[in-house]
Design a protein around this ligand. Structure first.
Ligand SMILES: Cc1ncc(C[n+]2csc(CCOP(=O)(O)OP(=O)(O)O)c2C)c(N)n1
Ligand SMILES: [Mg+2]
Length: 241
């Protein structure tokens, strides 16, 4: 839940402001794409997709049930899911391929991808970053959920990724920073990007893992812990207030 609460404001900005994507155009080759590379945070994506009308929100109650398509890691059996992700380090490469394909086909669609920050320890991201700059993919936006935590510990203690802004700029990205827990700020910032130019975009979205639930914020174990019924009620009360 920590990983989903971290990203939910970014998904809100994307699905309810930025993306030219809806249940009506979801099979149109010219649609915008969104790839959740940090696929373990599927609950956030499922909630966004349900709220945006891609499937009946009642399905959310069957999350992880046998025969339910809402699995821990998302697959394209779920309407609106563009890529099967969850093995970290692959989603950004997939997104680069989508953006390159769109550019070659002269389609105006844009590709947005959300990775974690611990995920950037996977070398495949940096190969993809080189390719994005080389192919001048201005239609690509790489958003990094920069919450400073990964599975059991901090990113800094596991394998430091800083100075991230300098790295992204050196790899040729138009690099922005934003409060990733403020959907309006994310949406406004994405409006300012030049999607027609030849420079790919990177957004360092500063977030808090577990955002909005006092006892989950910044606590690594809420990466995987299942709340008790009491904790669940408290979390829902806090999120609703
Ligand atoms: C290739 C691969 N290695 C390990 C894992 C196990 N794993 C799942 S989530 C996670 C931590 C991810 O941290 P981060 O990218 O910072 O995402 P956050 O949840 O903090 O947004 C790890 C190591 C995985 N899913 N894929
Ligand atoms: Mg993280």
């Amino acid at each position: 839940m920590g990983a989903s609460l971290s990203e939910v404001d970014i998904l809100t900005a994307l699905f309810f402001h930025t993306l030219r994507l809806s249940p009506e155009n979801k099979d149109d080759p010219g649609r915008d794409r969104f790839v959740l590379s940090k696929g373990h945070a599927s609950e956030g994506l499922y909630c966004a997709l349900a709220a945006a009308g891609f499937f009946d929100p009642a399905l959310l109650d069957r999350y992880l049930a046998e025969d339910c398509p809402l699995t821990v890691h998302p697959t394209n059996h779920v309407p609106g899911v563009e890529a099967n992700t969850g093995a970290l380090g692959h989603g950004f490469s997939i997104a680069v391929g989508m953006a390159l394909g769109a550019k070659k086909a002269r389609r105006s669609c844009r590709v947005f991808v959300l990775t974690g920050d611990g995920e950037l320890q996977e070398g495949t991201n940096w190969e993809a970053a080189m390719a994005a700059a080389h192919f001048k993919l201005g239609n690509l936006v790489w958003i990094i959920d920069n919450n400073g935590l990964q599975l059991t510990s901090t990113v800094r203690d596991t394998m430091e990724i800083e100075p991230l802004g300098d790295k992204l700029r050196a790899f040729g990205f138009d690099t922005r920073r934003v409060d990733g827990n403020d959907a309006e700020k994310v949406a406004a910032m994405l409006d300012t990007l030049d999607y027609e130019g030849g420079v790919p975009h990177a957004v360092i979205a500063k977030t808090v893992k577990g955002k909005g639930v006092s006892f989950m914020e910044n606590i690594p174990e809420w990466h995987h812990r299942i709340p008790t019924e009491e904790e669940c009620e408290k979390a829902l009360r806090e999120l609703a207030s």
